[in-house]
Design a binder for this molecule. Structure first.
Ligand code: SAH
Ligand code: ZN
Ligand code: ZN
Ligand code: ZN
Ligand code: ZN
Length: 421
């Protein structure tokens, strides 16, 4: 399954619609392309199927689960992981990988933290795997436990899933369960079909078909009052409307699992995304609010939360839970604003005129009386442009509008008039 896009050319009303791969936004990774109204010949269809057959992963999820069972029975000295193929090897396969780099003596601890064993896929347009720093991951887990959740639908959050799985196997009283939905099929080597579904969050596609869908549905069914929360951390280059549509499908799935229970409620959700997407997310989920907590990552130098001269992470938690319930760590400088009824960053000052804590990036923002709102500390009011902006900007540029609707303030890709596609 692909996604329906629209090609628009300047000045034209209607664009031409076409299907393209939703997961791989780089044509080099997947060149699938088809006009919406295009007739596809039998031969081309057959060629496509042939291509797909030849590009399947070497083992199915089922096979990987069986292989894992064999692997854990091996003595340490026989446990190898091929770094080139990103695959656990059984002794009979060593030969085939003899000129590949591999790791030996894979411990049980390593098997329980696959996100450390696998290299992060950093292809910006496709996977963009940025793993939570331990502190942020621990914070998220403690937060959702304190909120009373016992089940976590982890959508594109392998490290959170891994933390939950590993605690569940080690600590007897730990009663949280999780299901990982992710497009990274390498995880099928480490988790059963009840713990991982190969899933595309840009078009709500379960690669495992009806059986996988059923696994997810079952997981969302809140047996014995075990409440579910969904936690997702999508690639930041992702199309917000495609993601929102998939998440709405997952929410609907949750809703269908119980007829009486949650009439007007939404499945609780944490959507982790940069703060500059706030208005886009609120367009699709008006019940959400953005928390000040800065989510930190391991392999993203820019987003690391250093001690001194620290670079601040732009990544936040968006949630449909009541903001006052999201308690942020005071030892990291967060404080509770009694007017706003939520925790805010230490630098986020309550503005008396806006009557809210207005900073988005953690720095103290300043109020502009002309714009009637708070703006970034580095901005100045430009009388030419009639708004606040960076001091060095060229005033002419501001009237280049969006290619689709001609209005200023957004680019074609974010044009509200395209939101139906
Ligand atoms: N911070 C998270 C990882 C976020 S990186 C953690 O530490 O757990 C984004 C995740 O989304 C990766 O695991 C990546 O494999 C997954 N992903 C990327 N594109 C996807 C898609 N189309 N469908 C589902 N998952 C996807
Ligand atoms: Zn593809
Ligand atoms: Zn406030
Ligand atoms: Zn203000
Ligand atoms: Zn201004």
């Amino acid at each position: 399954p692909a996604l329906l896009f629209v090609k628009t050319s300047q000045g034209k009303e209607e664009g031409r619609r076409f299907y393209a791969c939703s997961a791989c936004r780089d044509r080099k990774d997947c060149n699938f392309f088809q006009w919406e109204d295009e007739k596809v010949s039998e031969t081309r269809l057959a060629a496509r199927e042939e291509y797909n057959r030849n590009h399947q992963p070497p083992f199915t999820h089922r096979q990987n689960v069986d292989r894992y069972k064999k692997f854990v029975l091996l003595p340490l000295s026989k446990r190898r992981f091929c770094q080139e193929c990103q695959q656990l090897l059984l002794p009979a396969e060593w030969e085939k990988h003899s000129d590949h780099q591999f790791l030996c003596d894979i411990t049980t601890a390593q098997l329980k933290s696959p996100s450390q064993l696998l290299y992060p896929l950093e292809n910006k347009k496709t996977n963009a795997q940025y793993l939570f720093a331990d502190r942020s991951c621990q914070f998220l887990l403690n937060l959702l436990i304190d909120l009373g959740f016992r089940r976590v639908l982890a959508v594109g959050t392998p490290r959170l899933h891994e933390m939950i799985q590993s605690k569940a196997s080690q600590e007897e009283e730990f009663s949280v369960r999780s299901l990982l939905l992710d497009i990274d099929f390498r995880y099928s080597q480490f988790y059963t079909e009840d713990e991982f579904c190969h899933y595309n969050m840009f078009n709500h596609h379960f690669f495992g078909g009806e059986a996988a869908r059923e696994t997810c549905r079952k997981f969302l069914y809140e047996e014995n009052g075990e409440r579910v929360i969904m936690v997702t951390d999508p690639p930041f280059g992702g199309l917000v409307e495609a993601l929102a549509s998939s998440f709405k499908n997952l929410m609907a799935m949750w809703k269908e699992t119980e007829k009486e229970g949650h009439d007007n409620k939404e499945m609780p959700m944490f959507w982790i995304f940069p703060y500059f997407f706030e208005s886009r997310i609120l367009d699709f989920f008006p019940s959400f609010s953005m928390m000040d907590y800065q989510v930190d990552y391991d392999n993203h130098a820019l987003y690391k939360h250093g001690k001194t001269g620290r670079r601040q992470s732009p990544v936040r938690i968006f949630t449909n839970l009541t903001p006052s319930m999201i308690v942020l760590p005071e030892e990291e400088g967060y404080r509770f604003c009694t007017v706003c009824q939520r925790y805010v960053s230490s630098g986020n000052q309550h503005c008396e005129i806006c009557n809210s804590c207005t900073s988005k990036d953690g720095r103290r923002w300043k109020h502009c009386v002309l714009c009637k709102k708070c703006v970034k500390p580095s901005w100045f009011h430009c009388n030419n442009c009639n708004c606040c902006t960076l001091q060095k900007h060229s005033c002419e540029k501001t009237d280049i509008g969006c290619f689709v609707c001609g209005k200023a303030g957004h680019k074609r890709s974010a044009c509200p008039s395209l939101s139906h596609t």
